[in-house]
Ligand binder design. Structure first.
Ligand code: ATP
Length: 264
C-alpha cells in the first residue's frame, strides 16, 4: 500500500508551561478530506502552524508522503507539497485574480534569464501554458470571468475561493484550509462546499479542514478529529462525532464559557 500523504505521530508543542498541542496523531490518505474541530483555543491553528514549519514541534514527528518534515522551514514545507489558506484572507490585493494564481505557479515553470529578456519561442510557450493553466484553475472556482479584476475588488466569497485556487496552483499534495467559510453567507458557503468536493475529486489531494461551521464539516469530511485543550478527545466518522458525549460536552462547555463572558 502507498504511503499516506500526511502522517503525524505524537506531535506536540509547549509554549512556556502551556501544552498547546500534545500527542497529536493523524493519517490522511490521497483523496481524503479530514476535519479538525474543537472549541476556541483547542489547538487547531497550532496544528496547522506545526505542519507548515511556522512552529517546530517539541515532541513527535510528521511525514509528508513518507518524508520526515521536522526541522523544515516554511518555504521548504511549501516546496515539499503542503499549502495553506488562512483565517484572515492573504491575497496580493493589488494584483489581478490571474496574477495571484500565476505567482504561485512560478516554482513549477522555469525559463532561463536570456529567454525572458529576448522573448524566445520557449518563453512564449511557457507564458501561454501558464495562462491556460491559470484560467483552467480559475474555471473550477467560477472565477475565470474575473481573471483581470484586481483581487481587492472581488466580493468576499470570491476572495476566499481565489485563496484556495492560489494554494492549488502550488501543485501541493496536502491542502490545509483554515476556516474557509468564515464570514460567508449560506449561499457562498454552499458554493464553497461544492468547490472543495470538486478539487478533492479532481486533484486527488489530501485536505485537512479547520471549520466552525458544523454543517459544512459534517457534509464534506469523511473523518473528523476533535481537539480540546490540545488533546484529541475523539476521532471518527461525522455521525460518530456528532453523537459523541465527550465532544458534545466540550462544545457545551465552550458555550457556557461564552455565555458567562457575555454576561460579565
Ligand atoms: N505563539 C504562541 N505562544 C503562546 N501561546 C500560544 C501561541 N500560539 C498559540 N498559543 C496558545 O495555544 C492554545 C491553542 O491556540 P490555537 O490558536 O491553536 O487554538 P484554536 O483551536 O486554533 O482556536 P480558535 O478556534 O480560537 O482559532 C491557546 O491557549 C493559545 O493561547
Amino acid at each position: 500500500m502507498s504511503e499516506p500523504i500526511l502522517k503525524a505521530e505524537h506531535l506536540g508543542i509547549t509554549f512556556g508551561g502551556l501544552k498547546a498541542v500534545s500527542d497529536f496523531n493523524m493519517t490522511i490518505n490521497k483523496g481524503e478530506l479530514v476535519g479538525l474541530i474543537g472549541p476556541n483555543g483547542a489547538g487547531k491553528t497550532t496544528v496547522f502552524n506545526l505542519l507548515t514549519g511556522v512552529y517546530q514541534p517539541t515532541e513527535g514527528a510528521f511525514y509528508l508522503d513518507g518524508k520526515k518534515m521536522n526541522g523544515k522551514k516554511t518555504y521548504q514545507v511549501v516546496r515539499a507539497g503542503i499549502a495553506r489558506t488562512f483565517q484572515n484572507i492573504r491575497l496580493f490585493k493589488q494584483m489581478t485574480v490571474e496574477e495571484n494564481v500565476l505567482v504561485a505557479f512560478n516554482e513549477s515553470f522555469t525559463y532561463k534569464m536570456g529567454g525572458a529578456i529576448f522573448r524566445t519561442p520557449r518563453f512564449w510557450k511557457q507564458e501561454n501554458d501558464m495562462h491556460a493553466k491559470a484560467i483552467d484553475l480559475l474555471h473550477i472556482f467560477g472565477l475565470e470571468g474575473l481573471a483581470n479584476t484586481e483581487a481587492a475588488n472581488l466580493p468576499y466569497g470570491a476572495q476566499r475561493k481565489l485563496e484556495i485556487a492560489r494554494a492549488l496552483a502550488t501543485g501541493m499534495k496536502l491542502l490545509l484550509l483554515d476556516e474557509p467559510a468564515a464570514g460567508m453567507n449560506p449561499t457562498e458557503t454552499e458554493d464553497l462546499l461544492n468547490c472543495i468536493n470538486t478539487i478533492r475529486d479532481r486533484f486527488g489531494i489530501a485536505i485537512l479542514l479547520i471549520e466552525h461551521d458544523m454543517s459544512l464539516v459534517m457534509n464534506v469530511c469523511q473523518r473528523i478529529q476533535v481537539l480540546d485543550y490540545g488533546r484529541t478527545i475523539a476521532s471518527g466518522l461525522p455521525e460518530e462525532i456528532a453523537n459523541n458525549p465527550q465532544v458534545i460536552s466540550a462544545y457545551l462547555g465552550a458555550d457556557d464559557d461564552t455565555e458567562s463572558e457575555e454576561a460579565n
